[in-house]
Design a protein around this ligand. Structure first.
Ligand code: ADP
Ligand code: MG
Length: 520
């Protein structure tokens, strides 16, 4: 019997604001405990919440980016529960009327993450405040409460149960993570808790149309844990069902060391929270003017940029963009046409996926191509995805910290294009630039280290002659038909020149000389 895994995600994204969602206290991470908790955050009697305008604008921006409906009015509600890190005894959230409703995210799934497109529908996204944090260490056996996080603005994004594997769930989470960073509403810093996922997992027999009972895995703060937790949980559910057991709805926690999930509590229902509209906050109305203004500030979104990077001609790109109107509102796609296609890069889907994983990477790439020229877009893509990304990945860094700027890289690539250096030498130079040698200009390093490619034919002829005299065995092997000897001889010439000879020229001259020996 085969099983189908069904996953829906709830993602808590911290919105990028200077102050909290209902108070003026700072949201900066890592402060002394409780130094950033004001009267509102610690719930002193008589305080009133004042809504943060920027948090609202960020939520709207997200809604527009996913083609959702922006509700006006939307309503803030009190979600009542008792917990030591929640001094008010309730969390201000949104329940019946969230600010963002519907919308969807397109993900690329399958082999190499570019085989096919899949649409994951979003149920809603609502504004809410974060709770504080209990600290169990270093308190002489007691637990301390840090309310610095209390009141931090969150956007909770809820998906429909549209994902069918842990891979798809991770791809969805990564795409969403990239999107919120891309449009600048969140820094997405997972170590600091700015992007946390709850995964709802159920299984059903293939072909069943009724969903199985789900269990919800709380607070997964890395993509790896998300994948491991879903894999464990779905496997567990399948084995329970195959052994004649039943799944009971529950909230579970993932133990990353043991790679297991454990029941935290049996699932509470909405009515347990006694939701009701917060009488301290008015219904939130959003004007069309504000929506238009936010729409205007929207950058070209990752999916559109992906289409533009793979486009092979302008008309086809336009057609693709227009087709998007079946999932994104018309108003939005016409807004994106303003980005147009001026240059055709014709990249592969793989390259485009890698380059649009992060906005700063896509920007960097285009800055390089602008200098090098779109004729060599593929070469530029190889460098950004290859050399640059490899060095950044070593420390999990974003391209914004790259010690080699887009302009510097472009100047290096130009020297490959004009034949001054070979690709191999370029990699050595890139390494030197990365470590800040010689003021990090490609031209300076080429001059100071004497790395200019030898493409002067007379000089190469002379070197080839020396190599032929030094390697009589290989030469006679070649004349007897051993083609391999040729590569050896090319290698010798490159060695003598420390890799500086133009490989094309060496090949040409060597071929010519050997042919003459063979036949004459
Ligand atoms: P809550 O967790 O607050 O009770 P919902 O009942 O709306 O909220 O469900 C939340 C999440 O659970 C959504 O992401 C939804 O897609 C997902 N979900 C609902 N039913 C299932 C199911 N049977 N299997 C997997 N995921 C589910
Ligand atoms: Mg939930």
């Amino acid at each position: 019997m085969t099983w189908e895994i069904v996953i829906g995600l709830e993602v808590h994204t911290q919105l990028l604001t200077q102050s909290k969602i209902f108070s003026g206290a700072s949201t900066v991470f890592g402060g002394t405990p409780n130094a950033q908790a004001c009267a509102v955050d610690i719930a002193l009697p008589g305080v009133l919440p004042v809504l943060n305008r920027v948090a609202v604008e960020r939520a709207v921006k997200f809604g527009l980016a996913v083609g959702a409906k922006i509700n006006s009015p939307s309503i803030f509600a009190r979600k009542n529960y008792f917990y030591p890190d929640l001094p008010k005894g309730y969390q201000i959230s949104q329940y019946e009327l969230p600010i963002v409703e519907g919308g969807c995210i397109k993900i690329l799934t399958g082999r190499d993450n570019n085989e096919r497109e899949k649409i994951v529908r979003l149920t809603r996204a609502h504004l809410e405040e974060d709770a504080g944090k209990s600290l169990h260490e270093d308190f002489h056996g007691m637990t301390g409460i840090d309310l610095n996080r209390a009141g931090t603005p969150l956007l909770e994004i809820v998906s429909e149960p549209d994902m069918r594997s842990s891979m798809e769930a991770v791809t969805f989470a990564k795409t969403l993570h990239s999107l919120v960073r891309w449009i600048g509403i969140s820094d997405g810093n997972m170590e600091e808790g700015s992007f946390r996922c709850d995964a709802n997992v159920s299984v059903r027999r293939l072909g069943d149309d009724k969903l199985g009972t789900r269990r919800e895995i709380k607070n997964l703060n890395s993509f790896r844990f998300l994948q491991q937790a879903i894999d464990y949980e779905s496997g567990l559910q399948i084995s329970i069902l195959e052994n004649g057991g039943k799944i009971r709805q529950a909230t579970v926690l993932f133990d990353a060391d043991k790679r297991e999930t454990h029941v935290m509590r049996s699932k509470e229902d909405a009515h347990d929270y006694r939701y009701f509209p917060d009488p301290d906050l008015l219904p939130l109305e959003i004007s069309q003017d504000l929506i238009n203004e936010i729409m205007k500030s929207m950058p070209e979104l990752p999916m559109w940029r992906y289409y533009r990077f793979i486009a092979r001609d302008v008309d086809k790109y336009k057609l693709l963009i227009e087709k998007q109107t079946d999932i994104y509102p018309l108003q939005q796609s016409s807004a994106y046409l303003k980005f147009g296609v001026e240059e055709i890069y014709a990249l592969s889907k793989y390259d485009a996926t890698m380059l649009t994983a992060d906005k700063s990477t896509a920007d960097y790439f285009e800055e390089v191509v602008e200098i090098v020229g779109s004729k060599n877009a593929k070469l530029c893509a190889n460098w950004v995805i290859g050399e640059v990304a490899a060095r950044l990945n070593q420390n999990n860094e974003y391209i914004t910290i790259s010690p080699v700027s887009a302009k510097q890289l472009a100047e290096l690539i130009l020297r490959i294009c004009d034949g001054t250096i070979s690709g191999k030498i370029a990699k050595d130079i890139f390494g030197a630039m990365w470590h800040g040698e010689h003021g990090s200009s490609a031209d300076t390093i080429i001059e100071e280290k004497g790395l200019r490619q030898i493409s002067n034919s007379d000089e190469i002829r002379r070197l080839v002659d020396v190599v032929l005299i030094d390697n009589p065995h290989q030469v006679s092997d070649f004349c007897k038909g051993k083609e391999k000897a040729f590569n050896f001889l090319v290698g010798q010439v490159m060695k003598v020149t420390k890799g500086k000879a133009s490989p094309a020229k060496v090949n040409e001259i060597l071929q010519e000389k050997l042919d003459r020996k063979k036949h004459g």
